[in-house]
Design a protein around this ligand. Structure first.
Ligand SMILES: Cc1cc2nc3c(=O)[nH]c(=O)nc-3n(C[C@H](O)[C@H](O)[C@H](O)COP(=O)(O)OP(=O)(O)OC[C@H]3O[C@@H](n4cnc5c(N)ncnc54)[C@H](O)[C@@H]3O)c2cc1C
Length: 438
């Protein structure tokens, strides 16, 4: 590669959702300005360290790609500054995102919970159309380009030398770092992006895994692995219920999973960093539609109506048989075998049973970590970036987009929307700066 042929106006580092969107938006903006006038062979270069762009995208939404959500409000996002989120969502909203995808030929469908998917329910459709859009708009995609350094050249506005680990480099007037966070390293994210920006004075808030399964004491979940139920999980920190989430909860051999648990994981990660592990519990409500007093009455009647009923089947009809047996065992005042009759249950055992069916406490010991996490909580401090353009306040011409920033969203399409929004804003802003239009 000669020094000239690797010259571009905008270099995008990282070919994930945010990077692809940034490259397409930048190329679109440059085309609108008239690329011929600018005399560069490749106005935008997309630099990806692995062998393909968008690998993580293929895994999103269980292969269906939950690309956004109809209910897009800043309170679905977390980080130090929700106003930052608000300002950016106003610059490139859900409607504009859907319009963008429509213009690429992607139809979308919205489920009753607000989650938006490609009409075909195939993540591959989203990736194919993004790749085609990048190609058609003249983005030059370079794979196996593992960026190790971004070096300013000349004066503050002269641009950058973007250097790969094998010594190749690209010269660019502006650069956008969209290297993702630490979550799911199998898709190429290992946190090198933070280091690229640290040298310019950018700092991160503490990083920890979010949207991830939860590890618990194994004793209460032993023997229940693989069983699911529709219920409510409450995160209890000390004596205070910090957050509740409803839906399908799954017992596993390490603890708990399922959408409500993934939804609590961020708060759990945060609590475990500050509280003693002895203080963090998940309380399970197996019967959200029943009030405690009604349930207690039901249990008492059950014993009266069928005193010979074996304890092993006492809760069958209310909950999964194995869950029922685990709760009966835990409720008994003295160790009875489950072959004993219901007549031997004491009032106190029945009260405990009703309590555990509504509030079974399970101590949390951790989360399953970066390999299983879908998202990184924490990231580059947002007050070091312009909230309208995503340009660094510390280094002119340098931008950041996507998960690398200190913003993460709830499960449900919020994280990809963050990638689309920030990618689009950074891409257009970098192109305007590089073409001298801003
Ligand atoms: C299994 C799974 C399912 C998910 N499902 C959903 C979902 O349905 N809906 C939703 O909203 N969110 C979902 N997410 C989260 C969402 O995918 C991410 O938040 C989003 O992809 C982040 O986009 P990004 O472009 O910032 O980073 P990434 O998508 O992580 O892309 C970063 C890219 O940068 C590259 N890179 C890293 N370092 C370098 C370097 N030094 N040089 C060059 N390239 C580099 C990486 O290889 C990667 O391709 C899911 C995540 C996972 C793991």
């Amino acid at each position: 590669m000669t020094a000239w042929s690797n010259y571009c106006l905008v270099a995008v580092v990282g070919g994930g959702a945010a990077g692809m969107m940034a490259a397409i938006a930048a190329a679109g903006m440059i085309a609108a300005e008239g690329v011929d006038r600018l005399g560069v062979a490749a106005p935008v270069m997309l630099l990806e360290k692995s062998d393909r762009v968008g690998r993580k995208l293929l895994a999103t939404g269980n292969g269906r790609c939950n690309l956004s959500n109809q209910f897009m409000t800043p309170d679905h996002f977390h980080g130090r500054d929700r106003e930052f989120v608000k300002a950016l969502l106003n610059r490139f909203s859900v409607n504009e995102t859907l319009e963008f995808f429509r213009s690429l030929g992607l139809g979308c469908r919205t489920e009753s919970n607000g989650r938006i998917y490609p009409y075909s329910l195939q993540a591959a459709a989203v990736l194919d159309l993004l790749r085609r859009a990048a190609e058609r708009s003249g983005v030059e995609t370079v794979q196996h380009f593992d960026v190790k350094d971004i070096v300013p050249i000349g004066g503050p506005d002269d641009g950058f030398r973007v250097v790969a680990s094998d010594g190749r480099f690209v010269l660019a007037r502006t650069a956008i770092v969209a290297t993702g966070g630490m979550a799911a390293p199998v898709f190429g994210c290992d946190g090198t992006g933070y280091l690229l920006l640290n040298k310019f004075g950018h700092v991160c808030t503490p990083l920890f895994p979010a949207i991830v399964q939860v590890k618990t004491d194994t004793e209460p979940v032993r023997g229940l692995a693989g069983i699911k139920f529709d219920g409510i999980a409450g995160l209890k920190i000390g004596s205070h219920i910090a957050k509740v989430a409803a839906g399908e909860i799954l017992f596993t051999d390490y603890g708990l999973s399922g959408p409500p648990i993934l939804g609590l994981a961020r708060e759990i990660g945060s609590a475990l960093r500050t509280e003693s592990a002895e203080q963090v519990f998940i309380e399970l409500d197996f019967l959200p539609d029943m009030e405690y007093q009604d349930l207690l009455g039901w249990l008492k009647k059950r014993g009266e109506l069928d005193p010979a009923l074996e304890l092993s089947g006492f809760l069958t009809g209310l909950v999964h048989k194995k869950i029922g047996q685990a709760i009966v065992k835990r409720s008994l005042e003295k160790p009875l075998t489950l072959a004993r009759p219901a007549a031997e249950l004491t009032d106190r055992s029945l009260t405990r049973m009703a309590h555990f069916l509504k509030k079974l406490p399970i101590r949390v010991t951790g989360t399953r970590g970066w390999t299983q996490a879908q998202v990184t909580a924490g990231g580059l401090k947002t007050d070091q970036f312009n909230h309208l353009t995503l340009e660094s306040n510390l280094q002119p011409g340098l931008f950041a987009a996507g998960e690398i920033l200190d913003i993460d969203g709830d499960c449900g399409g919020y994280n990809l929307q963050w990638a689309w929004t920030t990618g689009h804003v950074a891409g257009e802003s970098a192109a305007l700066l590089a073409t001298g239009t801003r």
